[in-house]
Design a protein around this ligand. Structure first.
Ligand code: ATP
Length: 449
């Protein structure tokens, strides 16, 4: 399938079925902002829940939820005020504005530099000089809008973890090596937003910062690199669509000793979904320097005092959401009730991520079937998100559930009235099994684990 047509299909399915809507759509939308609909919010919550469980069910990781607005000195210490910039250029001909390092895929339609590098076009006088543009959103605390009231919407969640390192360490009585995990919104005033949820101005991150004794950092870096890749494959992402991309030593961020991106092969090409970075003692040292407060850890046993190194795993919740969405999408040939073949669209979400776990159908709306179906629904709803559907032919109802990735469809038919069994149909194999009504909840819970 053509990559553009696959993206168009996904964006349209996402809207039609309530996964993702354009923000403020009735006003023409707001660039780089999206809203998660009823199914999207479930999928996103499931992604975050799986991440949170993978992190915090361990004894060596604690959770935190820091505020979005922080003291402005945080962003001076972190280097964001000085360095969190992208070079921005304008095209004098078509007035398009974009990142100087991404001219190749700019939206500018000018034939003068189609397919050419920025430097060449600048030589031809088509571009303005590159200006550094800080990506942090600025706002003000309190009623007076002057320089002393400036604060920033956090561009990453990590700093909330660093400044709380000793609070968490002492209150939870952890010792390095240990980590702090956080999920939260981050904001970046990206020059160009593009590719649906891939590059947005408001997004969510799932970050875990692991504090280790200097010298053990390389080993932990290797460990977390593998763990994070396995998290994606464990939730069903096609392994051949994932790769590591190592940052070349001369391209490393100012704080990093080593860095790998986990990339997913999106329809528009490979793109980073998570970064794993060895940040050394940069962050804690800088906060110590800027705040004047010690950020060192004192090891009671060895009587050593040191600044831990940090191994960071930084994933985008929204970008991961998009990778799960893209990866799940299939168009397959499937038989209809009368034996013909038709194309079905099926979202093969991992059952743990699927927004709806099971759909319940009475075969017909009479003979007591709706009552039995409603009673099963009430029972299942106590622990699972389920959907009741009694409209249209059963084949059509299956297709509607396939399209949103519901792993199981349960039908109450005339046999149910006789022997209390229902059919449970598996989304992927389309095989149907008869299960006793009393055992359906246990059956589903086993399959969903
Ligand atoms: P990029 O090079 O794509 O701008 P980055 O290297 O700046 O990304 P990090 O600062 O390492 O990204 O952020 C960690 C993660 O946060 C990324 O892997 C990505 O999943 C997510 N992320 C970063 N920027 C955005 C954005 N504008 N929209 C959605 N997700 C983002």
């Amino acid at each position: 399938m053509q990559s553009s047509s696959l993206m168009d299909k996904l964006v349209s399915l996402a809207k039609r079925r309530g996964f993702v809507f354009q923000s403020s759509e009735i006003y023409g939308g707001l660039n780089g902002c999206w809203d998660y609909g009823p199914l999207g919010v479930e999928l996103l919550r499931n992604v975050k829940e799986q991440w949170w469980r993978a992190m915090t069910l361990r004894e060596d990781i604690e959770g935190i939820d820091a505020s979005i607005l922080m003291h402005p000195r945080v962003w001076e210490a972190s280097g964001h005020v000085e360095n969190f910039t992208d070079p921005m250029v304008d095209c004098r001909e078509c007035k398009a504005r974009f990142r100087a390092d991404q001219v190749e895929d700019s939206p500018c339609g000018s034939p003068a530099y189609k397919g050419r590098k920025a430097s060449k076009c600048q030589a031809e006088g088509k571009f303005t000089e590159a200006r550094q543009f800080n990506l942090m959103f600025k706002t003000f605390v309190g009623p007076v809008e002057d320089a002393s009231a400036v604060v920033y919407l956090r561009p990453e969640t990590a700093q909330g973890i660093y400044v709380n390192f000793l609070n968490v360490q002492s209150s939870s009585r952890q010792k390095p090596p240990f980590g702090i995990a956080q999920i939260g919104k981050a904001f970046r005033n990206e020059i160009n937003t593009k590719n649906f949820l891939f590059r947005t101005r408001e997004f969510e991150q799932m970050e875990m910062q692991f504090f280790v004794k200097p010298g053990s950092d390389e080993e932990w870096f290797g460990y977390w690199k593998e763990q994070r890749l396995q998290w994606f494959t464990g939730l069903g992402i096609t392994p051949t669509k994932l790769q590591f991309h190592r940052h070349e030593p001369d391209k490393l961020a100012h704080y990093a000793k080593d860095a790998y991106d986990i990339e997913y092969e999106f329809p528009f090409g490979w793109g980073e979904i998570e970064g794993i970075h060895n940040r050394t003692d940069f962050d804690l040292s800088r906060h110590e320097q800027f705040s004047g407060k010690s950020m060192k850890y004192f090891d009671e046993q060895s009587k050593e005092k040191y600044t831990p190194f940090i191994i960071e795993t930084s994933a985008g919740a929204s970008r991961s959401f998009m990778a799960f969405l893209v990866d799940a999408y299939r168009e397959e040939e499937a038989p209809t009730a009368d034996g013909k073949m038709e194309t079905r669209t099926v979202m093969r979400f991992h059952p743990k991520l699927a927004p709806v776990k099971a759909a319940i159908f009475p075969l017909v709306n009479r003979d007591g079937m709706p009552e039995m179906a409603r009673s099963l629904e009430t029972d299942l709803r106590k622990s699972l998100r389920v959907f009741y559907d009694d409209s249209g032919a059963v084949g059509r109802r299956y297709r509607r559930q396939d399209e949103v990735g519901t792993p199981f469809c349960i039908t109450i038919d005339s046999d149910t009235l006789k022997d209390q069994t229902v059919t449970v149909r598996d989304r992927d194999t389309m095989v149907q099994e008869r299960v006793n009504m009393d055992n359906v909840a246990r059956y589903l819970n086993d399959k969903l684990q």
